[in-house]
Design a protein around this ligand. Structure first.
Ligand SMILES: Cc1ncc(C[n+]2csc(CCOP(=O)(O)OP(=O)(O)O)c2C)c(N)n1
Length: 359
């Protein structure tokens, strides 16, 4: 096994050629050119979902959108390695993971349009609602994984978080517990190089993957723009977890090709030359080159047609979302409302009545 500080694991070069690797090739031996074409289509579709989300925000139809452009391979390669009875805990940028879990476009939009606190049933898809509190989901994942172990199930929990999140105490606490209890959890850090405007170099003097061994958790640095390497590393970590060997840590080295969210302006802090360098490592282009080398030439047209159809559904589903009634805001704060929530509800109702507005 490579030391985490070494060059990230890469199985598919930027020129589309396979890079042989005795340790990790066996984990993706079933990924034929046809299967790779499916992963390619997934990436094209989620890039299109992403650009439609940005467009909807710019048109005032959703309040906010956190772009994932550049991170398609990190999310698709890992999420497509999971079983439906595994459970993922993400932050807000993992729309591609949600897509892989089967979350429909109609369930993806309510949170961003502000019509619901969360769009989907976590148990239906094995995916918790997005966590906006940075790093909190690593504790949720560890707790869930400890529960799986106690139940004797071989399901695995996966926590997706960013490079910035590694500065949060929650992430360290989650790793202490996961290591101590050999919890079947994967810590999947997408190092996209930026925590809003703070570069990863500010908070990490060494590769982030180097931190996990200090907690007793084996780790691996992966080229996060390589969908095959991401799948191989995730399968390696899943296998460890299912065999009872406990947690693993994957650092997916990738790059956020857009703003942090649609409210941010990276031109105020990021060097455009860095963006151009990462463009050469585009996760979708390198798979397309590989498929062309394998004689699959029309993949782009086919995938684009699917992507356009999904984007049209997404837009329709978003625009069809009914506006919630104002007082619904108080209905889902707690399972049973507290007296404080009830008091606030009646005060707000009186205010709406005073204005003659619908409740
Ligand atoms: C506990 C907490 N502190 C601060 C914030 C404000 N905040 C929102 S996003 C963000 C940066 C997160 O960066 P990173 O973990 O690298 O994830 P990325 O957004 O790049 O995917 C911060 C500090 C927050 N949401 N939660």
């Amino acid at each position: 096994m490579q030391s985490p500080a070494e060059t990230p694991l890469r199985l598919l070069g930027p020129d589309g050629r396979r890079i042989p690797n005795d340790d990790f090739d066996p984990w993706v031996s079933d990924i034929t050119a046809e299967r790779l074409a499916e992963l390619y289509e997934d990436m094209v579709v989620v890039r299109r979902i992403d650009s439609e989300g940005i467009a909807l925000q710019r048109q005032g139809q959703v309040g906010l959108w956190p772009p994932l452009r550049g991170q398609e391979a990190a999310q698709i390669g890992s999420a497509r390695a999971l079983r439906s009875d595994d459970f993922v805990f993400t932050s807000y940028r993992e729309n591609a993971v949600a897509y892989c879990r089967g979350v429909g476009v109609e369930e993806m939009m309510p949170m961003w349009r502000g019509t619901a606190a969360s769009g989907w049933d976590p148990y239906e898809f094995g995916m918790a609602p997005p966590a906006v509190i940075i790093g909190a989901q690593t504790l949720h994942a560890t707790g869930y994984a400890m529960g799986c172990a106690k139940d004797g199930a071989d399901s695995v929990a996966v926590a997706y978080f960013g490079d910035g999140a590694t500065s949060q105490g929650d992430v360290s606490e989650a790793m202490v517990f996961a290591a101590a209890f050999r919890a079947p959890v994967i810590f999947l850090c997408q190092n996209n190089h930026w925590a809003i405007s703070e570069p990863v170099s500010l908070v990490a003097r060494r590769p982030l993957a180097d931190r996990a061994p200090g907690f007793g958790i084996p780790s691996i640095r992966v080229d996060g723009n390589d969908v095959l390497a991401m799948m191989a590393a995730t399968r390696w970590a899943l296998d460890r977890a299912r065999r009872g060997d406990g947690p693993s840590y994957i650092e997916a080295v990738t790059y956020r090709m857009g703003p942090h969210t649609t409210s941010d302006d990276p031109s105020r802090y990021a060097d455009p030359a860095e963006h151009d360098e990462w463009l050469q490592l585009d996760p979708i282009a390198r798979v397309e080159r590989n498929l062309e080398l394998n004689g699959l030439h029309s993949v782009h047209e086919v995938a684009s047609r699917t992507a356009d159809a999904v984007a049209a559904d997404l837009r329709r589903a978003c625009l069809e979302l009914p506006d919630p009634r104002p007082l619904e805001l108080f209905d889902h704060v707690f399972t049973e409302p507290t007296s404080r929530v009830l008091r606030q509800r009646s005060q707000y109702a009186a205010y709406l009545d005073m204005l003659g507005e619908e409740r």
